[in-house]
Design a protein around this ligand. Structure first.
Ligand code: NAD
Length: 302
């Protein structure tokens, strides 16, 4: 199966590296030359991490890197079987790229979007052949977080879903098929519900960032990798959870005000790791801590 990735940023390179490490040849397209020039550096960093974790050997890393070729124009993707789109999260930009892709790729080639939140209906609205379109929402970084949420629009052909699902499975991802579309899909809805509550707790001064993160990591965080929220509710007793939820849920943060903390920091130029400061200071010690956590995640994936 010939694969292309359109958009060579954080996710595009991560997705390309994931497929290349699994043995697939692929083309990576981006409209910006500097992004293309960075593709091999970014993918090699992923292979380096896989090498360090023992998931690939030196020869396999070299092979994986060699499988990735660059495309400067959309028409170079003419003979691929599937294009995974990973460009900026701007609806019109994605729709316009799909229109270009439809002019150049084969009639049956699949077009998959890695959007974080646009519905497949909105993305496929102007497509000539929406049967070939679906969302395949990867997680960052794809070589450490295998889940991919797969969902179609109303007019997506069943074969588009099954072919993509099978490809993802064969590439070592963990695809899940959603029955219907909802903004944010499943994972981001849960992730952002947790984030809203964490921001609220920080904002009203219940604890500092380190303590809030520690509580999460040492309690539900430990459990969630093995036992999901609904399994945990069954295990704890629906009647017990009903009593707790009845008095606790009305207390949880519900409005947008928790976002104020993020707005303040971003307006001060504090963007987290990218700017060296966010809720934490990103010095060499924290970078080295993150590298260590990623190796532990990689070990858990194997
Ligand atoms: N960052 C994450 O954690 C994450 C996780 C899951 C999904 N996503 C989704 O993946 C997609 C990509 O996100 P990212 O974080 O990799 O973004 P990014 O900014 O790192 O990369 C986007 C790339 O797209 C290129 N691009 C922009 N417009 C283009 C066009 N019209 N044609 C071709 N290339 C174009 C840019 O040059 C850039 O290289 C978004 O839809 C995002 O919502 C992101």
């Amino acid at each position: 199966m010939k694969i292309a990735v359109a958009g060579a940023g954080l996710m595009g390179c991560g997705i390309a590296a994931k497929f290349a490490a699994a043995g697939y040849d692929l083309l990576v397209y981006d409209s910006a030359q500097p992004a293309l020039e960075n593709v091999h550096k970014r993918c090699d960093a992923v292979f380096g991490e896989l090498l360090q974790g023992g998931a690939l050997n030196e020869a396999q890393c070299h092979e994986a890197s060699r499988r990735i070729r660059l495309a400067r124009r959309v028409h170079e993707l003419a003979d691929v079987d599937i294009v995974v789109e990973a460009i900026v999260e701007v609806l019109e930009a994605k729709q316009s790229l799909f229109a270009q892709l439809e002019q150049h790729v084969a009639p049956n080639a699949i077009i998959a979007s890695s959007t974080s939140g646009f519905t497949p209906e909105a993305l496929a609205r102007h497509m000539r052949k929406p049967e070939r379109f679906l969302v395949a929402h990867f997680w960052n970084p794809p070589h450490l977080v295998p889940l991919v949420e797969v969902l179609g629009a109303l007019r997506t052909a069943p074969a588009t879903l099954t072919t993509t699902y099978d490809l993802l499975h064969a590439a070592g991802c963990e695809p899940v098929l959603l029955r219907k579309s909802v903004p944010g899909f499943i994972g981001n809805r849960i992730q952002f519900a947790v984030l809203r509550e964490a921001l609220y707790l920080l904002r009203v001064g219940v604890a500092d960032a380190e303590t809030i993160d520690r509580v999460m990591k040492q309690s539900v965080g430990k459990r969630y990798a093995r036992i999901g929220p609904l399994e945990g509710t069954d295990a704890g007793g629906l009647d017990t959870f009903l009593v707790i939820a009845t008095h606790l849920m009305p207390e949880l943060s519900k409005d947008e005000s928790a976002l104020q903390l993020l707005r303040e920091r971003v307006s001060r130029g504090e963007r987290g790791r990218a700017s060296g400061k966010g809720f934490y200071t990103w010095d060499e010690g924290r970078e080295s801590w993150l590298r260590e956590q990623r190796q532990l995640l990689l070990r858990d994936c194997q």
